[in-house]
Each structure stands twice: as structure tokens, then as C-alpha cells.
Design a protein around this ligand. Structure first.
Ligand SMILES: [Zn+2]
Length: 285
């Protein structure tokens, strides 16, 4: 397993925000302790060309304006650099996947709520969409994006909608933030789970969503791996356990399709264990 990581990802934000530096500091420490054999790779910053496949130049410029984006999504000093580094890490995940390796981006900020024109929901640049476009630009014909974060990947959906090379599936809490993702259409498949649902039902919907993506015949599966559907997550009302995230990893292993994953949400103190469970199962089956 290759972990794409840069220490700089914990140099912004505060512990008063759910999307806080300790999410990845603690995860880094735990993964290094539990898997001394895993390889750590430093990402580069995503280029303007790579970002502009997904976002407008106005949006990229907005990241330099010292004003909050919304109440969840503050302006931070040099947020453009941090966001571009997380996007570069998602690109590195694709490069590793194309070289036949499994890779996970352990970076922040997350990305799946960011739309072409807007930062929102703790997200500034859409890392997974930038990674998907990078894969298509480098010879892949069909890219599937599987989003099991507890929140709907509204930004990813809006960016990849009608793109013939991409199919997108999201399984998420509804009602819940951001309030979208109720219907499936065109190349978009949405699976909703009501708050407090039986975890077995949630797992079944996640399985359906991955099976649906497999009917697309993807060359590459990219995963928006959010761990906030955990039962003890402070900002959602879902019921998954550590074992369920391991199940997601095992399914990914069993597809035998090249795949890569990027950290999205996950705000409980168990985040390091959830990531580890997912990655270990993905690696070993
Ligand atoms: Zn989330």
C-alpha cells in the first residue's frame, strides 16, 4: 500500500473545526505504527492546467481572496496551496494506480463538495474529479468514482455529470448535508440512507452502488473515501462499524480492477482505525 501524504496538510485550520489538523496527524501516526511496510509518497502541487480541467479560473482566483467561503468553509492563509497539494496527492494516487499500485491519499482539505465555481462543506478543490480527469487525460477510457462518504458528493456529481468517460455513484445520508443526491440520472447514481438506518441496509446500498459502477466496465475505480458514516461520528446520524469499512475495502480488492482512494470526511476520534481497517482489507482482501 502506498500512502500519499505531506506534513503540510496539517499546517492549516484549528482544532475547533471538525475538519481539523489532528485528523491526519493521528492517522499518520497510527498507520506508521501498524504498517511499517507501507510506502509513503510526497505529492506535488497540482498544476493550473490540471485544476482548470475541473474548476474555473475565477474559482481558482477566489481561493486567494481573504474572505470565508461559507460558515463551514473558512478562508485560511495559503489555502490555495494546501488545496492544490491535496489535489496533487489525488493525482499521484492515479499515477500509482496506473502503475499497478494501490494508493491512498491521506491529505486535507477534502474535496467532494467543491463545485466548478464554489468552495463549500470544508472543500475547496474537487480532488477526486481532478484525479478522474487526470486519468482520462492519461489514456483511461472509463473511470468510475465511488463515494461512500456519509454526505452526498454534490460537487463531484455536478462536475462529472454527462461526462461520457465517467460514472459516479454516491451512497449517503438523506436527509442530511448538503440536501442533494436524491435521484439518479444520466451517468449519476445516488443511493440514499435515512438517518439511523440498520447498518445492514446501508451496507447493502453501498454494495448495490459499487455493483452498478462495475456494469460500466471501468478501467479504474477512484474512491471518495469518507469515514463519517461511522456510528460515533459527531456530525452525522449513520450506523456503520469499523468492520463495514473493512467490507468496503474487501469488495474493492475483489473487483480486481485498478483502484485508488482519497480521504474525504471522517470526524470521529476513531478515524485512524477506520482508515486502517479499510486499507488493510483493500490490500489483503
Ligand atoms: Zn462527509
Amino acid at each position: 500500500m502506498n500512502i500519499v501524504f505531506d506534513q503540510a496538510a496539517s499546517n492549516f485550520g484549528t482544532e475547533n473545526h471538525p475538519e481539523r489538523p489532528s485528523r491526519i496527524q493521528r492517522s499518520e501516526r497510527f498507520l506508521r505504527q501498524t504498517h511499517a511496510d507501507w510506502t509513503w509518497i510526497s505529492p506535488r502541487i497540482a498544476s493550473e492546467e490540471e485544476i482548470l480541467r475541473v474548476h474555473s479560473s475565477e474559482h481558482l482566483g477566489r481561493l486567494r481572496v481573504k474572505a470565508d467561503f461559507d460558515s463551514d468553509t473558512p478562508y485560511y492563509e495559503e489555502i490555495e496551496d494546501y488545496a492544490r497539494r491535496a489535489a496533487g496527492a489525488a493525482i499521484e494516487v492515479v499515477n500509482q494506480s496506473l502503475a499497478g499500485q494501490r494508493a491512498f491519499s491521506l491529505m486535507r482539505p477534502p474535496g467532494h463538495h467543491a463545485t466548478r465555481e464554489m468552495a463549500m462543506g470544508f472543500c475547496y478543490l474537487n480532488n477526486i474529479a481532478i484525479a478522474g480527469m487526470h486519468a482520462l487525460h492519461h489514456g483511461q477510457q472509463k473511470v468510475a468514482i465511488w463515494d461512500f462518504d456519509a454526505h452526498h458528493g454534490n460537487g463531484t456529481e455536478s462536475i462529472v455529470h454527462l461526462h461520457p468517460g465517467i460514472r459516479f455513484a454516491s451512497v449517503h445520508q438523506y436527509p442530511g448535508y448538503p440536501g442533494t443526491g436524491i435521484r439518479s440520472f444520466d451517468n449519476v447514481r445516488n443511493y440514499t440512507v435515512t438517518p439511523g438506518s440498520d447498518p445492514a441496509l446501508h451496507v447493502r446500498k453501498a454494495e448495490e452502488s459499487l455493483e452498478e459502477l462495475l456494469t460500466f466496465g471501468p478501467d479504474l475505480i477512484l474512491v471518495s473515501a469518507g469515514f463519517d458514516a461511522y456510528f460515533d461520528d459527531p456530525i452525522t446520524d449513520m450506523t456503520l462499524s469499523e468492520d463495514d469499512f473493512a467490507t468496503f475495502g474487501r469488495w474493492l480488492h475483489e473487483t480486481q480492477i485498478r483502484s485508488g482512494a482519497v480521504l474525504e470526511g471522517g470526524y470521529s476520534t476513531y478515524l485512524p482505525k477506520l482508515i486502517e481497517a479499510f486499507l488493510s482489507a483493500w490490500e489483503q482482501g
